[in-house]
Design a protein around this ligand. Sequence first.
Ligand code: UFG
Length: 326
Amino acid sequence: MHILVTGGAGYIGSVVVEELIRQGEQVTVLDNLIQGHRAAVHPQAEFVLGDLAEREALGDLFDNHSFEAVMHFASHLRVGESMEKPFMYLGENVVNSLNLLETMVEHGVYRFILSSTAALFGQPEQMPIDEEEQIVPGSPYGESKFILERTLGWLDQIHGLRYAALRYFNAAGATTERGEDHNPESHLIPLVLQVALGQREQVQIYGSDYVTRDGTCVRDYIHVLDLAQAHILALRALDDGSRVYNLGNGQGFTVREVIEMAQEVTGHPIPAVDAPRRPGDLPTLIASSDKIREELSWQPRYPDLRDIVRSAWNWHRAHPNGYDDV
Ligand code: UFG
């Protein structure tokens, strides 16, 4: 298949591209390189510098290629930032995605994978969270993804566009060549590893008075390669119908437990200080991924937090300045 991957120079997108190419697919990456890194793009993928806000250029891209499917990662991605800049999320995230979807429909491309999120579940009634859980986004970021999921439902009904919405919990870990490098970095595991590398003095713990086993937030960390596998399985199943899946390992770790694990894996002390809660954060987010396990036989290969942190550590040690070193 020839697949367009938006945001294919970003963290998750670049690893999915690596895996698609390893499995013999043809890939074109579209990325504006504001967050993404040119060096993260697999050398066998075609790279197109561009922005989803540019409708005409997007139309030209589709005119000049015969895409059979689109995987859409390009997005603003910070829950906390979305609480400060709602228009960036409810505006750009949504409008850019609609540009992409409309261009797809105009060009008869009807297979789509959406990078969705656990941030849909702002008031979970059950833990772990399965696909039956009520959707109450806890932030404009979550809301933007919910709007897109609902839009996809309409496009399926009206145009027969087949989609999978994959709601990741906390993507983490790295391959040998590709890892997490955001600027500024806001994610727990890379921040903690930067402390281990001596690049930061300490990590702040956002909230230590949550109702959890040690007062800090509980998250379900999933290896980015296991996410990549889920994307490919979902893509291959699309012709049998649209679907949504929650993706995690079904196991939660507190912020303090992640820091302890990173100390063990790296052998370095990681000083941590308590800080106020971060707006938009939920105390606990753990996924039930029974549905994708049953329907698509998805099996995580790296469910162990130790392996996840170790893979991230190996990448950060090899690339202490991220993709600037590549
Ligand atoms: N945290 C800290 N200190 C930090 C950074 C993070 O204590 O310096 C805490 C956060 O409060 C949170 C946990 O560590 O409890 C994980 O935070 P991340 O920023 O790494 O990840 P999030 O859980 O906020 O967000 C991730 C994705 C989002 C997605 C969300 C859904 O980045 O895109 O999971 O759960 F929406």
